[in-house]
Design a protein around this ligand. Structure first.
Ligand code: 5GP
Length: 185
């Protein structure tokens, strides 16, 4: 079957980054896209691995040159998917994007055959606890992220598949089953 563009979305702190990395580790057909962002790296994050950390001007240049497949902003920062990587990799791999709900819906407009997967928290309170445990942001910023969660969860019905991240490995296996079914393998 043709290669597929998969999008993984879900509220901040739901563990979607860990799920995306596990999927790529366990399935060699997947290429994980690395997004560009104007936000500063968190402790331990590396340029070119977690994100391409670029300036607002560089981000604007990419928009002007049609270099982004989609982009959106979170609070004061911009995030976008490099178009060239996705289009090139799709020739040989399934491509996985770990992006927000607005980005996912934009991708679906441009690539109607893309499959959108939403990761849900076991409970909203659980997300808040995870964000606090990660402790890279102030409580005020965490509260802003919490407001956004409701908005993202409301978009669930526009996604093709959703899974609760109660136990990491179970969530990963459910996504793998869904992907196999979609690809008829
Ligand atoms: P964080 O700052 O926590 O790494 O990411 C904030 C949000 O931006 C997350 O929901 C993440 O999925 C989303 N995000 C990361 N990369 C992209 C991207 O390329 N495009 C869009 N639309 N959202 C992204």
């Amino acid at each position: 079957m043709r290669n597929v563009l998969f999008v993984i979305s879900g509220p901040s702190g739901v563990g979607k980054g860990t799920i995306a990395k596990k999927l790529v580790e366990r399935n060699s057909q997947f290429a994980l896209s690395i997004s560009c962002t104007t936000r500063s790296p968190r402790p331990g994050e590396k340029d070119g691995i977690d994100y391409f950390f670029i300036s607002k001007q560089e981000f604007q240049n990419k928009i002007d040159n049609n270099g982004l497949l989609e982009y959106s902003n979170h609070f004061e920062n911009f995030y976008g998917t490099p178009r060239q990587f996705v289009e090139e990799k799709l020739k040989t791999h399934d491509v996985l994007l770990e992006i927000d709900v607005n980005g996912g819906l934009k991708v679906k407009e441009e690539f109607p055959q893309a499959l959108l997967i939403m990761i849900l928290p076991p409970s909203i309170e659980e997300i808040r606890n995870r964000l606090i445990k990660r402790s890279t942001e102030s409580i005020q910023k965490i509260d802003l992220r919490m407001q956004r969660i409701k908005y993202e969860l409301e978009k669930k019905s526009l996604y093709d598949f959703s899974v609760v991240n109660d136990k990491l490995i179970t969530a990963v296996e459910k996504i793998e089953e869904y992907i196999k079914l979609q690809k008829n393998i």
